[in-house]
Write a protein that binds this ligand. Sequence first.
Ligand code: GUN
Length: 296
Amino acid sequence: MSATIIDGKAFAATVREKVAAHVARLKSDHDITPGLAVVLVGEDPASQVYVRSKGKQTIEVGMNSYEHKLPADTSEAVLLDLIERLNADPEVHGILVQLPLPKHLDEDLVINSIAPAKDVDGFHISNVGLLGTGQKSMVPCTPLGCLMMLREHHGDLSGLEAVVIGRSNIVGKPMAQLLLGDSCTVTIAHSRTRDLPGVVRRADIVVAAVGRPEMVQGDWIKPGATVIDVGINRIDAPEKGTNEDGSVKTRLVGDCDFDSCAAVAGAITPVPGGVGPMTIACLLANTVTACCRDAG
Ligand code: GUN
């Protein structure tokens, strides 16, 4: 393996330290404590883990955490009413509705009911428009974390060829906007892209966000390229044996085949310990930003 491992866990810890220092100053100088409200509808196990982790880290940096757990059959009216109350609550500076929502709820409608200034996910159509036009906005946390790691590793990104694999609203599209904002030449590739390996081979920067375990292979990677792996996929790992109930043990992998990519890349983020920790750190940073803008 030749690639430098980009340690997202360590980087996220430094971001959280800065956030904690900022929170302490807001408290001592202005008597303000930033507050983050997280809304979870239903019992999706992965979402429950994320929400617990977000709440814990929010408190660890000295902010207030407000968790709202609603049953899976919550009506749209009840959810919108909660968001309206959170929008009006001066103690709440950031609001996050954990996705995906149960099928009967209109995700776009719900997200667009969040006050744009409190939309710490950056998913509201106003923030999407601001980002797309290069104006100050709330920036989605996962792409923001990826950009911070890329800037830290490369310095100036100007003129680099970047290929983003995946066109989701949460990662792919905002990631492309951010890289464009840093003057990269950006391609968004997706499931219909012809000759995906050939497209990826052009890239100085590869951001993989497709949700397909270990899809990107080492022979797709230009030697020395930087690979940012956004994927978090749980796959069977029979080599680890079985659980007490007889089921096969599992392990987490990214969208990139780590060993073959790391043999060719100049730098790569691991899974776990790469992009994941940066996402929550950026959520905390966005909440402080929302609080500061609110305080004028
Ligand atoms: N589900 C998966 N990622 C995210 C995220 O970044 N924000 C929200 N709200 N839900 C998610």
